[in-house]
Structure formats: C-alpha cells, structure tokens
Design a protein around this ligand. Structure first.
Ligand SMILES: Nc1nc2c(ncn2[C@@H]2O[C@H](COP(=O)(O)OP(=O)(O)OP(=O)(O)O)[C@@H](O)[C@H]2O)c(=O)[nH]1
Length: 307
C-alpha cells in the first residue's frame, strides 16, 4: 500500500503573493462619507428625463399569505425597484432601495401583501425625493393540491408577480400576474381519431390590473387567477396521483377537450367576471406532444373601453 505523503504549504499570505496579490498602493482619497464627492447628486442639465432608474434582479426572502394551504409561506422574491428622475439630476441613490428592504425585514420576513408593498413604494418615493416609485416582485407561489379520488396531497406551484406603481398625483396602480400549468386535450385529435387523443401541458399566463375594489382580507388574487386557468382546462395538474386519480383526470380531459383558442376565451370570460379586475391579458402556450413547436394564443381586454 502507498503511504500518504504530507505537503509543507506556505502560509496563506505567502500563497496569495505567489498567485499575484500585491501590497496596497498609497491612498489619498477621503474615506469619510461627508468628504466624498456625491456624483449622483450633481445638478446640471443632463438633457433627458429618465422614465425609470433603480435596481433589478434583487433576491430576498419574502412572506406570502394565501387563502389556501399553506396559509403562510416563506419563498424567494426577485425584485425590481425604480423611480423616474428629472433631467437636472445626474443619478438616483441606489443604496436606499436595499437599505429600506432591510429595514422592512428586520422584525419579520419581508411581507408581500399589497398593503405592505403600497406603503413601501410611497416611502421609497419620499426617501428618494421623487414623485413616483415602482416595485415589481416575482416569486414562486406554492399551493397544496389533492388527488381527485384518493385525496392525497402534494405541493404544486405557480409563478406570481406583483407590480405597484405609486404616483404622488395619481395614487396607486396595482398589477398582478400568475403563470399556471394545466392539461389540455386536443379537440381535433379526439374528433378525427378512432380512439385516444393527444394532449399537452399548457402554460396559462394572466396579467390583470386591479380596481380599488380589491380587498386582500376577503380575496386572494393568486387563487382567483389560478382557478380561472385550471377550472377551464381539460384537467388540472397534480403532484400525487394514484391509479383511481389517474383514471379520473384522464377521463376528465377526454370529456373537456380544449384548443389554445378555447382556453384563452374561457379564461378571459372568468377574468371578465371578476369584479376586482379592471384590465387583463391572457396567453395560453401549449407544449405540443405531437410537434417540436408550441401552440399559442393571447387576448387583451380593458373593461373600461368596452362598457
Ligand atoms: N446612481 C447610480 N449609482 C450606481 C450605479 N451603479 C452603481 N451605483 C452605486 O450606488 C451606490 C451609492 O449609492 P447612494 O445611495 O448614492 O450612496 P450615498 O450617497 O452614500 O447614500 P445616501 O447618503 O443615502 O445619499 C454606490 O455603490 C454606487 O457605485 C449607477 O449606474 N447609477
């Protein structure tokens, strides 16, 4: 047997020198904040106003509440936070965005309720000394789902997104989006074939602008949008299916065939009926099982333009 050899390594600072680290050079610029130049706050004619400036792709743990199980969950939010700036202002103060997020998380996990995000955007505008502020946060939302026959539960998820725009003179605009997954069975295939019908996994993306009627203590927008997608599909997606469940969803899909066109029209009808939805768009994209390409359809609708 070969004996283990022991190596005499130089210490860590010698190793760093070996790999190119050098001594710091002479430092002459101020280290106190008050003595540092504040380029961002330079006032001059910088030619153009900026619509939105800030930070994006900020990951942060968040707390999400639902009206279905789990009633509370910690998940990961991906944030974009911006405001406009006028042309006489060189730059925004980017550190204030994450500084405030930390303050909002100090006593508990960052709360993703609409009420809390509204307070956040208004305070952020004030802290930046701007008249507006916008926050967009996307997050995976988890919900329990049980098998239709066995009632055995597992965890599903959908991709959710909230955008709050605060404008000093106009108040708040709240937009919420959900991307859920469904089963669709092809009506054409069912019609023309002696037996069977091909089916696919469909992605339903819904984006809705909420009216002032939305009350998050009574309603859960995530659940309402998920139901709009799933209740109109050929079948729902399940994490746990025993044989009696599998038989049920297979037969249910055969009894409820859907094209992508059928899906977007049926989901649009449900969103139209939701009293707290002002505007919506819905897209269904089916990952076809008999093609390499997808099938896709979209509807956009603004209730205020059609009344
Ligand atoms: N405005 C702006 N800042 C940037 C950009 N890229 C990075 N930063 C960073 O933003 C940070 C400074 O944030 P500020 O909020 O202006 O810092 P500060 O002036 O010390 O903070 P306050 O005292 O709150 O004004 C520095 O780390 C900058 O390098 C950019 O494209 N624009």
């Amino acid at each position: 047997m070969k004996e283990a050899s022991s190596k005499q390594l130089p210490n860590k600072s010698v190793r760093h020198k070996l790999f190119g680290s050098v001594q710091p050079g002479e430092k002459i610029k101020p280290t106190e904040k008050e003595k540092m130049p504040d380029l961002q706050n330079t006032k001059k004619d910088f030619l153009f106003d900026i619509d939105q400036v800030g930070i994006a792709n900020v990951k942060h743990p968040v707390q999400v509440f639902s009206k279905t199980k789990p009633l509370a969950q910690t998940t990961i939010g991906t944030f974009k936070m911006t405001s406009s700036i006028q042309k006489n202002h060189k730059g925004t103060n980017m550190s204030r965005f994450t500084e405030m997020m930390q303050e909002y998380s100090e006593n508990s996990t960052f709360d993703l309720s609409i009420a809390s995000l509204k307070t956040f955007t208004k305070e952020m505008a004030e802290r930046l000394e701007q008249d507006d502020n916008q926050i967009t946060v996307s997050f995976p939302w988890f919900f329990e789902r049980s098998g239709p026959a066995s009632d055995m539960t597992g965890m599903n998820h959908a991709d959710a997104e909230i955008t709050i725009l605060y404008e000093k003179n106009a108040g708040y605009h709240v937009t919420v989006s959900l991307q859920g997954t469904i089963t669709t069975l092809c009506p054409c295939s069912k019609e023309i074939s002696e037996y069977s019908a091909h089916n696919q996994r469909g992605i339903v993306s819904m984006k809705t602008e909420l009216t002032g009627e939305y009350n998050e203590d009574e309603m859960d927008w995530k659940l309402a949008l998920l139901e709009a997608a799933e209740s109109n599909a050929s079948a729902r997606i399940h994490p746990v299916l025993k044989r009696p469940d599998e038989k049920m969803v297979t037969e249910q899909a055969y009894e409820n065939p859907r094209f992508v066109e059928d899906m977007v029209r049926l989901v649009a009808a449900d969103l139209y009926e939701l009293p707290f939805v002002q505007k919506f768009s819905v897209t269904c994209q089916n990952e076809e099982s008999i093609h390499l390409h997808d099938a896709i359809a979209t509807i956009s609708y603004d209730k205020s333009l059609h009344n």
